[in-house]
Design a binder for this molecule. Structure first.
Ligand code: ADP
Length: 498
């Protein structure tokens, strides 16, 4: 419990700290992402501007050259126009605002270019030899000089399709960014976008400088590309990983706690075992010694009594041997050294011999004994010594754990192709919860009425081992106060006689 609290506390702190730092990370990565996007957009706008300026400057240079060189430049101008796809329309006006090129207005141009002719006389278009962009970036104005020194105002429009194809696309296509870059005209309509905008989210927009006034370069975020979402995914991953880790830690703690508990329990059982065995050894020894000494002193003169004493000594030594055999066999089993020698054995004499060894205590304690061995069992391949010992343990328990109702039944019969060797009593019985545990080594049911009885706790472990070594098993039916019924199941060597 303490270990759990010791884990839960730091884990909670880590979770809270983790959450807070993830939120900060989310906010700062968002900010960083925006800054980077803004820098990238400014640089892109700069590049577009430069490319546009460069192309238009080159056009104006050639225009100036033509005007300086030729008195009647119409044809050269026509040729220049056809070589400059970026220039949509070109008009030249003189100082008084009269149109000098081309001869006639083209569809609707009078409305857009006409009013600009007035600029010619003002000199406003001359900004250090550079041109000026008017009408929302639609028209560029520049002041030029002819060969005779006359002022000419050039006004030209841009061809949007060429602008998109020759300037915007080469400048913006290769940008390295998960975002979508788009160019918006003064009305906010996208003139160009690097990828379909779809339902991408508008992040920010920067302006161009002089070359495209009122136009903007906008950055959009495709769905799912926001750093916030990337961070969310990280948070999810982190949370899941953390959850798994937590489960593993708790499972580890529970497992080691159970292991320690089991080991402590085992250590306790072992020390009980030593105490119990020593006690069990001591009791028959002191009886033997007492009767031996009495006989030695020659005080018993009555022949019948003397024989009775010899009988006691013999029975107690038999009990002692049984106990020692149990402990030795148990230690052989534990060390993996117990071997079994199978030989054809008849069941009836085996049962009889085992019960004979208990004849005295059974008679003395007033047990009613029922023995029933099916006649058709024949001989079974088994280790007679081991099975006899297992049976003796079961009988010994039946005697030990009987209350006032003293009935012992031993029954051997073939059931479903197996030999069922059953030992039942009408004694204390065993609670259901203990059924599995009593077959474990050293385990004794912790009840005051059991603890009053001597025992080492290895008897049933031995019985189970013997049964399993014979390819069988041992089962139990019992309830407190209703007696117990242990059955040793052994494979029959052959089909029993019908
Ligand atoms: P022990 O030396 O204590 O008898 P066993 O391994 O033979 O050790 O038995 C384990 C425990 O099972 C006993 O301590 C006892 O509580 C319970 N037990 C075994 N046989 C019986 C029985 N016939 N009736 C009631 N309890 C029994």
């Amino acid at each position: 419990m303490l270990a759990l609290v010791a884990i839960v506390m730091p884990v909670t702190i880590i979770v809270v700290l983790g959450y807070v730092s993830l939120r900060q990370w989310e906010a700062s990565s968002d900010l960083l992402f925006r800054e980077q996007a803004r820098d990238m957009a400014s640089m892109a706008a700069e590049k577009v501007e430069m490319m546009l300026r460069h192309t238009e400057d080159a056009f104006l240079d050639r225009l100036q050259q033509i005007l300086s060189a030729q008195e009647r430049p119409e044809r050269a101008l026509d040729a220049l126009l056809s070589e400059s796809p970026l220039v949509g329309r070109l008009y030249l006006f003189d100082r008084r605002g009269e149109r000098v090129y081309p001869r006639a207005w083209r569809d609707g141009d009078a409305g857009t270019f006409g009013p600009l002719a007035a600029e010619a006389g003002k000199g406003g278009a001359d900004r250090g030899g550079k041109y000026q962009i008017v009408a929302g970036g639609q028209i560029c104005l520049a002041r030029l000089v002819t060969a005779r020194g006359e002022i000419r105002l050039a006004a030209f429009s841009r061809d949007i399709e060429t602008l998109r194809r020759d300037i915007l696309d080469p400048a913006l296509r290769a940008l390295e960014s998960p975002t979508i870059v788009a160019v918006l005209d003064p009305a906010g309509r996208p003139v160009y976008s690097r990828a379909p905008l779809g339902d991408a989210e508008h992040m920010l927009a920067v302006g161009f400088r002089d070359a495209l006034p009122e136009w903007r370069l906008a950055v959009y975020q495709p769905p799912g590309a926001a750093p916030r979402q990337a961070v969310r995914r990280q948070v999810m991953l982190f949370t899941v990983a953390f959850g798994v880790l937590l489960v593993l830690i708790v499972a580890g703690i529970v497992a080691s706690w159970r292991l320690t508990r089991r080991q402590t329990e085992m250590a306790r059982l072992k020390s009980d075992f030593v105490a119990n065995v020593s006690h069990d050894l001591k009791t028959p020894l002191s009886v033997i010694r007492m009767f031996g000494e009495t006989l030695e002193m020659g005080r018993v003169t009555d022949e019948r009594q003397r024989r009775q004493y010899y009988g006691v000594i013999t029975r107690e030594s038999e009990r002692l041997s049984r106990l020692i055999d149990n402990v030795l066999d148990f230690s052989r089993i534990e060390g993996g050294r117990r071997t079994y020698e199978m030989a054809p054995t008849a069941i009836e004499p085996l049962v009889r011999d085992t019960l004979d060894a208990f004849a005295h205590p059974l008679a003395q304690q007033g047990f009613k004994v029922d023995v029933s061995v099916a006649p058709n069992l024949g001989e079974l391949p088994l280790d007679a010594g081991a099975i006899g010992q297992a049976l003796a343990n079961l009988v010994d328990n039946a005697i030990k754990y009987s209350g006032s109702e003293r009935v012992l039944s031993v029954d051997a019969r073939a059931v479903g192709g197996r030999l069922a060797l059953t030992v039942s009593d009408r004694g204390l019985g065993i609670p259901k919860a203990e059924h599995a545990k009593i077959f474990e080594k050293f385990y004794r049911v912790g009840r005051s009425d059991t603890q009053g009885r001597r025992g080492s706790g290895v008897g049933l472990a031995l019985v189970r081992h013997v049964a399993e070594a014979h390819g069988g098993d041992v089962t139990l039916e019992s309830a407190p106060g209703e007696g117990s019924r242990f059955t040793l199941w052994l494979p029959l060597g052959r089909k029993p006689d019908a």
